[in-house]
Write a protein that binds this ligand. Sequence first.
Ligand SMILES: [Zn+2]
Length: 206
Amino acid sequence: MKKQFHREITTRALGSYFAAETLESVIVANLGQDALRYQFGHDHFHYDSNSFVAGNAYCDKLRLAIAAALQKGQIGDARADLGRLSHTVQDLYAHSNYVALWRQLYPDAVPDDIDPEFAIVLQDARFHSGKLYYPLEVFSFIDSIKPYVLPLLPRDSHAWMNLDDPGRPDFSHAFAAAVKRTRLEYLRIVKKLSSGAVSGLTGLTG
Ligand SMILES: [Zn+2]
């Protein structure tokens, strides 16, 4: 996902649960995952190149880290890890053929109907994510050069497969799935917390 959409997805998913300045710290950590140094050797941050096992393990690690940080009163760390977790789960739908496989099953469904954790899709042998074919792939991120590079890249490349912006087919479905999944992750985390801990995390009381 492009930064603007990570921001929009996170705001739609969590905006009603968080104080504005607290949500901003979650969003800053989310966007930090796309820093240049995390674009290489960090496929699992973005579910790139079929890194489903490593991506899932990374998400598990973050969920545990959030709980541990809250127990120690390290609220800033908990918010940052929630931001990182939201980034990775949002990228799942933008970087894989999850939406395409789901739409094969439900061709007439609207974006808001999408189930972000549909086991039949997640277990489908055809389920895969875009591979980064460096160095050529780098040029696909530059809009003016992209049309020349795209024909040279395989169909399973990130450049062909991504649903990172509204110019891509099925972007609305990827966006809707990412909003739902982000909210689900948050609700699962707070289910295990006391109301005081929830207030600490969100910056909202009551
Ligand atoms: Zn990313």
